[in-house]
Design a binder for this molecule. Sequence first.
Ligand SMILES: *[C@@H]1O[C@H](CO)[C@@H](O)[C@H](O)[C@H]1NC(C)=O
Ligand SMILES: *[C@@H]1O[C@H](CO)[C@@H](O)[C@H](O)[C@H]1NC(C)=O
Ligand SMILES: *[C@@H]1O[C@H](CO)[C@@H](O)[C@H](O)[C@H]1NC(C)=O
Ligand SMILES: *[C@@H]1O[C@H](CO)[C@@H](O)[C@H](O)[C@H]1NC(C)=O
Ligand SMILES: *[C@@H]1O[C@H](CO)[C@@H](O)[C@H](O)[C@H]1NC(C)=O
Ligand SMILES: CC(=O)N[C@H]1CO[C@H](CO)[C@@H](O)[C@@H]1O
Length: 477
Amino acid sequence: MKVSHSTAILLCAAVASAHPASFTSEKFQSLISQKSLLSDLKAFDQIASNNNGNRAFGEPGYVASVNHVKSRLDKSSRFKSWTQKFETASSNIEHLRLTVNGKSYNLKMPLGWAGGEARDLDITAPLAVLDWGSPGTCEHPYYNNNTDTTGKIVLNRWVNCHNPGKHSSYVDMSSSSLGYIFYEDNYEPLGVSKRSLSNMVKREEHPFSFIYMSRADGIELTSRLHAGEELIARFQYKTSPVKIESQNVITETKAGDPNKVILLGAHLDSGVNSSGINDNASGAALLLALFDAINQGKFKPKNKIRFAWWAGGQEYLNLGSSHYVLNLSKKEADNILLYLNFDMVSRGHFGVYDGDGSRYGYYGYPGSEIIEKLFEDYFTSMGLPVRPVHWHGDSDYSSFMSPDLLIKPVGGLHGGDGLLDDACWQQTCDNLANANVTHLEINTKAAAHALYVLSQTYKEVIPLVPYNHTAAQMAGF
Ligand SMILES: *[C@@H]1O[C@H](CO)[C@@H](O)[C@H](O)[C@H]1NC(C)=O
Ligand SMILES: *[C@@H]1O[C@H](CO)[C@@H](O)[C@H](O)[C@H]1NC(C)=O
Ligand SMILES: *[C@@H]1O[C@H](CO)[C@@H](O)[C@H](O)[C@H]1NC(C)=O
Ligand SMILES: *[C@@H]1O[C@H](CO)[C@@H](O)[C@H](O)[C@H]1NC(C)=O
Ligand SMILES: *[C@@H]1O[C@H](CO)[C@@H](O)[C@H](O)[C@H]1NC(C)=O
Ligand SMILES: CC(=O)N[C@H]1CO[C@H](CO)[C@@H](O)[C@@H]1O
C-alpha cells in the first residue's frame, strides 16, 4: 500500500509541472462555448454577404476573413500571432470544354495536372472507357490491361473497393493515353489510393488528368462506348495568367516545448459561389474556439500548440498549407510533432480520418493510427456513431503527408464528402442555416480532448521523428 501511495504522488508531481492534475480533459472541454462558435460563424457569413457572397481565395471576402481571424487573435497575450503572406502565379480559366461527337458536356474544375502545371490544350481524339468498378477490378488491379488507350482520351468509371489493406483502385499508367476524365459511380467518392494518384500526376507525358464529369454524363458515355459506338472527344482548356496575393494566419502558444509543436489547421477560404459556412468556416471557428479556451490561461500545454488558418483549400491545391510547409526550415519541420486538420465539421458525420488505413487502405505516417483512435474512442465514449474518413488528398492534411512536402502523423475531423453529405456544398446555400452548431460543438470538444491528450502526454502517445525524406519514400509515403 505504502509503495503504491508514494508512486501515485510521484506521478502527480510529474504531471503538476504542466498544470494541476485536477485540470482534466473534461475541464478543458467545458471551456468550449457554443456562443463563441456561433458568433464566428455569423461573422464569416456576414463577411460573405458584404463581399459579393463569397470568401474565396483571391477575393475581398478572403481578406476580410483573414482580418476577422487576426482581430480575434490580436487580443491575446498568451499567444504569438503572425500572418504569412505569399504571392502565387495562378491562372483564370477562360474555358474548360469537352464535346463528344459534337455535344458539349460540363466538366468540373481540374484538380491536378500531369507534370504539375496547367497547359492550354486543344485535343481531339477517340474516347475509351476504363471500368474501375467492374467485377474483378478490386481483386485484379490490372483488370483493364486489355483496353487499348493509346492516343485516346480515357474516361474512368471510378468506384471504391472497400478492401482493407489493399489499394482501392489503380490506374495503369503504362498506356500512352492522352489524358483522363473521371466520374464517380456507386462509391464513396474518390475511393482512390493517394499513392496511385500521386503516381498519376507525376507522369509528364499525359497532357491532362483529374478532370471530373458528372455521374449521369459518365454513365451515358460509358454505355454508348460499351454498345460499340465510336465517340470522338474534343477537350479544350484555355487559361490566362494572374498573380494572387494571399496569406495564412498563424498563432501559437507562448508556453510549451517549441521542439514539439502540435499543429492544427483549417482552410479559411470558401468556394467561389458561397459563404462557405460548413466548408470551411466551421473548421476555422473550431480552431478559434480552441484558441479562446486556451487563452483563458487554465490549460498549460506541455507542447507548444500552433493554429493555422490556410489560404487556398482543395480548390487551389492546398496552396496555403503547402506554401507553409515549403517555407519551413529543416529544424522547424522536424519540430512539428503532428498535424490535425478540420474540414466541414458543422454537419454530416462524426468523421475521423482513417489513420490506420483499416477502412480505406491508405494509411497515414506512423502515429496517425493513434490520433484516429483517440478521436474514435472519444466519440464512442459519448455514444456517438463514428465513421472513418478516407484521405483523398483534397484537404490541407495532404501537405503533411506528401513525400514532396512533409510527412508527419496526421489526423482530424471531416464531416463528409461534398454533395453526398452536404447538399449545400460549394453552393450559395452553404450559409449560416447550413451549420448545426450543436454538431460543431461536439466536434470542437472532441478536438479539445485530442489536443489535451496530445499536448500533455506526447511521449507516451506519439514519438517525435525527425523527417527523413529517403526513409519516407522508401516506406512508400
Ligand atoms: C496487367 O499488367 C500488369 C503490369 O504490367 C501485370 O503485372 C499483370 O499481370 C497484367 N494482368 C493481366 C491480367 O494481363
Ligand atoms: C458559380 O456560379 C456561376 C453562376 O451561377 C456558375 O456559372 C459557375 O459555374 C459556378 N461555379 C461553381 C464552381 O460552382
Ligand atoms: C520563408 O519565407 C521568409 C519570408 O519570405 C524567408 O525570409 C525565409 O527565408 C523562408 N524560409 C525558408 C526556410 O524558406
Ligand atoms: C444537429 O446535430 C446534432 C448532433 O449531431 C444532432 O443530434 C441533431 O439532430 C442535429 N440537428 C439537426 C436539425 O440536424
Ligand atoms: C534516412 O533513412 C535512410 C533509409 O532508411 C537511412 O539510410 C538514412 O541513414 C536516414 N538518414 C538519417 C539522417 O537518419
Ligand atoms: C473550398 C474548399 O477547398 N473546400 C474543400 C473542403 O473540404 C473538402 C474535403 O476535404 C474538399 O473536397 C473541398 O474542396
